[in-house]
Design a protein around this ligand. Structure first.
Ligand code: THG
Length: 279
């Protein structure tokens, strides 16, 4: 099963057995005061630079989150999408829970986008899955619901099953559902990394779906976050991770991913690895 999203003259494919692709996360005002201030002033200079730099660094899909205090996402998300399209041909991932903002952004995006995200909450499934169905977008599905983030793998799988059934009833194919097994900081509970990996393995085994996750979450509160992020992405790649949400500018991350793809049998004969080092 392959998930496909597109930009201008660009197709990005990911799924089991395919090389890992990066959903580039930097366009997000969380923890970035300057970006938040620009968005509040209606400016898009930093956002444009982030789109360009992340593409140059090897980001394959550009996540766009404009959710800051007092920013009207319905107005800002489509403007941000238009700005990103002027800087890069890589497809976009629309990171918002606001159905009106998503609809407005999808209206100005003439290609196939990734929506980020729905979860097992009744209200979200009711509001967001029809938008994915009607626009032919792919959509990230979080394995949580109105009761929060389940600690157990079994409960996360039950929620996945519920979302899959609902999506199927709207005619959304399994290839357009990208599952987020939920990455939480391992500083809080040292089983969290294992729970995420186990959930991913089960989702792949039972449904064959593409897997994503906010991989930078693993290291909150710990020193040398980049090291933990890189290590956890490598572990994910051996265990079915198709498209991590992460920062492609982290030094060494792209190299580690190419190595992990090769070792996980996702880069036959090391063709990508070899061509990376021929450059
Ligand atoms: N799952 C899905 N989508 C997501 C997440 C997820 N979207 C948002 C988030 N989690 C992933 N994106 C980010 C973006 C930024 C940071 C972490 C995750 C981050 N920012 C630095 C900080 O806050 O300290 C600042 C970065 C900088 O200035 O360089 O850590 O889990 N589906």
């Amino acid at each position: 099963m392959e998930t496909i999203v597109t930009g201008k003259d660009t197709e990005v494919k990911f799924g089991q057995g395919l090389p890992t692709v990066i959903i580039a996360e930097r366009i997000n005002p969380t923890g970035r005061k300057k970006l938040a201030e620009e968005l509040q002033d209606g400016k898009l200079d930093i956002l444009r630079e982030d789109a360009r730099k992340q593409t140059e660094a090897g980001g394959n899909i550009i996540d766009i989150n404009v959710g800051a205090v007092s920013v009207d996402e319905v107005e800002m998300l489509p403007r941000a999408v238009e700005a990103v399209m002027e800087e890069t041909n890589q497809p976009v991932c629309l990171d918002s829970a606001n159905p009106e903002a998503l609809k407005a952004a999808l209206k100005v995006y003439p290609y196939k986008a990734l929506i980020n995200s729905v979860n097992g909450e009744e209200k979200l499934m009711k509001n967001l899955l029809p938008i994915a169905a009607e626009t032919g977008s792919a959509i990230i599905c979080l394995t949580m619901d109105e009761e929060g983030i389940p600690e157990s793998v079994e409960k996360r799988l039950e929620i996945a099953e519920k979302i899959i059934k609902r999506a199927e009833s709207l005619g959304i194919g399994l290839e357009d559902l990208v599952f987020d097994a939920l990455v939480m900081t391992n500083a809080t509970n040292s089983e969290y990394a294992r729970i995420t990996i186990e959930t991913q393995r089960r989702l792949v085994k039972e449904y064959g779906v593409s897997i994503t996750g906010g991989y930078s979450n693993i290291s909150y509160g710990m020193p040398n976050r980049n090291l933990l992020n890189i290590q956890f992405i490598s572990m994910g790649i051996m265990n079915g991770l198709a498209a991590p949400i992460t920062d492609p500018l982290i030094p060494g991350l792209i190299q580690a991913m190419k190595a992990a793809d090769f070792l996980a049998g996702r880069d036959p004969y090391g063709m990508n690895y070899l061509s990376f080092y021929r450059k």
